[in-house]
Ligand binder design. Structure first.
Ligand SMILES: [Mn+2]
Length: 232
């Protein structure tokens, strides 16, 4: 883990601020979508997601878990089997902490199930002065924690190509933004060294204003995006 002022970055892809653990982009149920497209993907995500969340809850003792959007992957129909993972996630997490969910761009149809469990579901959730949002829309907040980008970096080293998920910390005179890596173990990331950002929130930052923290067995500060782009 790495601490930057009051923000703790964990190697399990979560951020801890005060008594709150924040994760983003779980994309539960994506296996079903891949299967519809003709790929046979066993249900892989849910158990690994639950065990990583459990380990972070044990290590940091948070009172609540906030999901910064895209709890589930998009699916258009309300088919019971597709909600299985969501129910399992909610019921497991709620045994030990309070759960609150930020609405992401993939979270259609989630309202009804969350209200049955009495779980807060909104466009932004305040955590210790930070506004936790998904990031697919512009924001009015000065301090933001968000997901949506699925940020990663791809590095070449001695003939091999290595891909790491990253946290981003963007800061200028107007705003401070933390971007979480995607929590889904099977979705590929978006290489921030080559592609631009999806979020309007990130458009106001130049590469030298964005610090990169790579996730491996620990969290490593890699320098800013300009240095990394120039060097690689
Ligand atoms: Mn996402």
């Amino acid at each position: 883990m790495k601490r930057v002022h009051k923000v703790i970055l964990t190697e399990k892809k979560g951020i801890v601020i005060g008594r709150t653990l924040i994760i983003a982009d779980l994309h539960l149920g994506i296996e079903g979508i891949l299967e519809e497209k003709g790929m046979a993907v066993p249900s892989l995500q849910i158990e690994s997601i639950i065990s990583e969340v459990r380990e972070m809850i044990e290590e940091f003792g948070p009172e609540e878990l906030v999901v910064a959007g895209d709890l589930k992957h998009e699916f258009s129909r309300n088919v019971p089997s597709e909600w299985k993972d969501i129910k399992r996630f909610i019921e497991t997490v709620c045994k030990s902490v309070r759960l609150r969910i930020v609405r992401g761009n993939h979270d259609n149809f989630l309202q009804s199930i969350l209200s049955k469990y009495g779980i807060e579901f909104s466009d932004s959730i305040d955590v210790d002065g930070y506004s936790v949002e998904h990031g697919h829309r512009e924001s009015r907040s000065e301090k933001i924690v968000m997901g949506h980008e699925h940020p990663s970096i791809r590095l070449r080293h001695e003939g091999g190509i290595y891909s790491y998920r990253v946290f981003l910390h963007a800061k200028n005179d107007k705003r401070e933004v933390w971007v979480l890596p995607h929590f889904s173990p099977i979705l590929p990331g978006s290489n921030v060294l080559e592609s631009g950002f999806l979020s309007p929130v990130m458009k106001s930052f130049s590469p030298d204003q964005i610090e990169v923290y790579a996730v491996e067995d620990d969290v490593y500060h890699m320098g800013n995006l300009k240095i990394l782009k120039d060097f690689l």
